[in-house]
Design a protein around this ligand. Structure first.
Ligand SMILES: [Fe+2]
Length: 644
């Protein structure tokens, strides 16, 4: 090295040192990609002035620094995350949880405030879920956030779930029109399916704003929040087991921003869920949260459909302007459904298969995840942009879709999701139309980004349109990935372009297709009802205020739409009412289904000739088993099964 080069190197080193020192030597997100992340919620914001809305928003009066709290409880464990606004250097770094029992507030736990992200986490075990318990989270001398830990609503016939997603940051105002309706509809569970934040590089500040928007309803009931692409700061995310993405469009698979950022937002949004069932982290030490949550006898599988999915770029032939958009008419769908491509991934599929067989504390089941298992969309972003397929949806890869839907069907579950900004009810087809479960994609809370439309090119209904539907294009269609789907209801925005929609976002007369879903699980009738409420709907108008095509009610058993070909010998179960029954096809050891039956007598149905094994138990099919059963073999007498 020549003296001139040494001199240059020294100069660069000194300059670099000066830069790090100027930043206070404490970036929580190392590396080039960590620059400029979460700047409005950093420790050093108190030294800075900014006119940015979020930068001002996070500097709250000190009695308001506990922004909100989220909780769930299941199988005797309460988990709660408290979310704090950025703390000043001299303020305490812990929070206290107090519970009100026998009329007295008692401190039960303290927890450190984790930085980055300013969250604090409580795990209380054992938890008695048979009574309502008021709680408050306290910080310092003044700050308090108060709410109610509800008892498990096991004695209610109908469990109500609100389903929301896509909290546009084009409107920073309150969400009172939605919150006021939800207070009256009083759901037992809130499900936020993703895109709680659209401020890609400012998750903490945007998350605090989301909590501010919804604090009046999240404070006193269990809440599921799962992050989606915009929460992780990307246009799309195919997590591909946690690898490093090559750009923020995400098409290569993986995460663009440093793992410290991803771990932070996963922690803030999902720590309060029941413990992950299979907690081994993925690449870059990124955590997983997939789990189950039972609320009032309805068993929810919380699934991460983005974390393991393969990215399309470089793995499949490009057939449009982007690796994830297909425009080539008449393409061969097998060209993109290649061996080795993942959707839910092996670990989540194993979980779903276990979950489907375990009915402990469950009378009905549902799967919650970010997006839909089909591409029920024709026009994307504007009415001029007709795509055959968008690989961001769970319609791709098709084999992964099949495995996921088969697992959901085996549990007689339906699927709830968000992401699409186009609300729809679809009956999935797996081998043929209508043989799979129902799916309900909720509308965007505010639909001012990337509107989508269901608009068949020939403007014709599909085969078997929904009788009496007010909508023009219902019935059987192939989606752009050649998956069979039956469109039951959709709510297209009544505008052609997003700028017009954005201008109209506070116009109650504008038909933007936004709002939220409400799902009623009636355990007594084993029926599920999907409702869809426009953002500005007036509850006083009753069901007429819902989007045309809703409400829609179906039987739990209809989540399995295979044609019944015969019945096995009737079972008469003694010792247990509502036992769990499983039927296995002996030809391939495939589980046809596992369900909790009503009463003590059940005639198991099958979908073809063959020989079957039936297993029975109280909560899992583990107490009794008989093989070699054939359909409609003429046995008149029920088979008596005595369980202890
Ligand atoms: Fe979104």
């Amino acid at each position: 090295m020549r003296p001139k080069q040494i001199c240059l190197l020294l100069t660069l080193t000194v300059l670099n040192f000066a830069r790090v020192t100027a930043l206070g030597q404490e970036t929580p997100f190392p590396g080039e990609r960590g620059k400029g992340l979460d700047t409005f919620a950093r420790r050093d914001i108190w030294d800075k002035q900014s006119n940015n809305f979020l930068a001002r928003f996070v500097k709250v009066p000190r009695d308001k620094v506990v922004g909100f709290a989220l909780y769930t409880h299941d199988h005797g464990v309460l988990k709660m995350s408290a979310q704090l606004y950025p703390l000043k250097p001299d303020e305490a770094r812990d929070v206290r949880l107090e519970l009100k029992t026998d009329g007295q507030w008692r401190q039960v736990a303290t927890a450190p405030v984790v930085y980055p992200g300013w969250s604090a986490h409580f795990r209380i075990e054992p938890w008695d879920s048979s009574r309502d318990v008021p709680y408050r989270v306290r910080h310092g001398a003044e700050a308090v956030f108060e709410g109610l830990i509800r008892k498990d609503p096991i004695d209610k016939d109908t469990i109500v779930v609100a389903s929301l997603s896509c909290n546009s940051n084009a409107d920073r105002g309150e969400r009172e029109e939605i919150v006021e309706k939800l207070k009256r509809q009083n759901p037992d569970l809130l499900f936020f399916a993703g895109d709680q934040s659209y401020d890609h590089k400012e998750h903490t500040a945007a998350w605090l704003l989301w909590g501010h928007h919804f604090r009046e309803i999240i404070k006193d009931r269990p809440v599921v929040t799962i992050p989606d692409d915009h929460d992780v700061g990307q246009g799309n995310v195919w997590g591909e087991g946690g690898i490093v993405a090559d750009g923020t469009d995400g098409a290569s698979g993986g995460y663009f921003y440093p793992p410290e950022y991803i771990r932070m937002l996963d922690r803030c949004q999902t720590w309060h869920l029941p413990d992950p069932v299979d907690p081994a982290p993925i690449a870059q030490g990124i955590a997983v949260y997939f789990t189950r949550l039972r609320v009032g006898g309805v068993d929810f599988a919380v699934v991460e459909d983005r974390k393991f999915k393969s990215g399309p770029k470089g793995k499949i032939p490009q057939m449009g302007p982007r690796p994830d958009h297909i425009r080539e008419p008449g393409y061969d769908p097998k060209k993109i459904d290649l061996p080795g491509l993942k959707l839910l991934g092996d670990r989540q599929l194993a979980f779903l298969n276990d979950w489907a067989q375990d009915w402990t504390g469950a009378e009905m089941k549902a799967v919650l995840s970010q997006t839909a298992f089909c591409g029920a969309v024709h026009l994307h972003g504007s009415k001029e942009n007709r795509l055959l397929a968008d690989l961001d949806c769970n319609g791709w890869p098709q084999t992964g879709r099949r495995k996921a839907l088969e697992a959901i069907r085996r549990a007689l579950a339906c699927h709830l999701c968000g992401d699409q900004h186009l609300t729809a009810i679809v009956k999935h087809g797996i081998d043929t139309f209508r043989d799979g479960p129902y799916g309900f994609t909720n509308p965007a809370i505010i639909n001012s980004y990337y509107g989508r439309w269901w608009w068949p090119e020939d403007e014709q209904p599909g085969a078997h349109p929904i009788p009496g539907s007010p909508l023009a294009w219902t019935g059987d269609y192939l989606d752009g990935l050649y998956n069979p789907i039956t469109m039951i209801a959709y709510a297209n925005p009544a505008y052609d372009r997003m700028p017009v929609m954005r201008k109209n976002q506070r116009n109650p007369e504008a038909f933007l297709g936004d709002g939220y879903g409400l799902v009623r699980f009636n355990k007594r009738t084993r029926e599920t009802t999907f409702e869809c409420w426009p953002r500005y709907a007036d509850l006083a108008e009753g069901d007429a205020a819902q989007y045309p095509g809703w409400p829609f009610t179906f039987k739990m058993e209809d989540n399995d739409g295979r044609k019944v070909a015969g019945h096995l010998r009737e079972l008469s179960v003694r010792g247990v009412t509502d036992p769990v029954v499983q039927v296995i096809d002996e030809a391939n050891d495939e589980i046809l289904y596992t369900l909790r039956v009503e009463g003590t007598c059940f005639r198991p149905h099958v979908y073809g000739p063959g020989t079957y094994t039936v297993k029975i138990g109280r909560d899992k099919p583990d107490a009794w088993s008989k093989s070699g059963l054939k359909p409609d073999a003429g046995q008149a007498e029920p088979l008596v099964v005595t369980l202890n």
